[in-house]
Design a binder for this molecule. Sequence first.
Ligand code: 8YV
Length: 313
Amino acid sequence: MKLRILQKGTYMPALETALAQEFDVHQLWREADQDKFLREHGGEFVGLATSARWGANAALIDAMPNLKVISSFGVGYETIDVAAAARRGIPVGNTPDVLTDCVADIAFGLLIDVARGLTASDRFLRRGDWKRGANFALQTRVSGKRLGILGLGRIGRAIAKRASGFDMDVRYHNRRRVDDVSFGYEASLVELARWADFLVIASAGGPETKHLISAEVLNALGADGFLINIARGSVVDETALVDALVNKKIAGAALDVFDNEPHVPEALLALNNVVLLPHIASGTKETRQAMADLTLANLRSFFAEGRLLTPIG
Ligand code: 8YV
């Protein structure tokens, strides 16, 4: 008999098919009344498949008295109540490493785009401005500049590695100094922003990093500085960011993530010095497949051997 797994939300058909081959999967998002379903059937499930987008709060975990394991699609887990799971002895797995390169690639793609005006110049060409004889405004050089990284975890390090190919000087701010790197550590995020030409956010989301990018940090980044965010929208005070962009307190921003996805502040849509992506940094066929494989492998490993391949914490 197949083990019964609850799937909180949908992510990709290939994972749904693969999960269904090994487990008796119920797709919670298809239920019109999810609370009623959980009251009546919550006790049937031994596993939960979710993602940062769909999360798993304490109420959901409590609604499944026989839950043994949570497997999440993605590296971020700020919407999963890991403490509530731990109180019940329920391990949580995520999918680190497999997405690091693609996310770091997009961080650099965004950085080059906002500095050199790739999408802005594409709009310029499509509007017919080039044909009409106009010159696209001169932009900002990337190579050799100063790159500040907020969060020197796996993804932050991969971004720093790419920066060396552009002869950039790298410094970082982190909860604590990282021993095995030679990049300069800035104990103050404001000082990092003041130093940097480009400030890239690669930290985790959640309450600990909420609104770290404040009006003060943006002022320190300054009128020639650019902000790039491939982490979580919650790290940025979005109201302060809109104010900084509209009033040219910073030069531009390139964002893959937002505070209230899929809603993007209206004011950003009108700005030309802003690049906006719909949370696609890990969105390649190869990486999403690897994330799906690991989400499934974590469940398989837990039920076969009692341990997750990539547990959180
Ligand atoms: C995914 C992400 O798009 O891994 C993460 O934390 O934000 C992205 O890779 C997301 O998890 C899918 O919901």
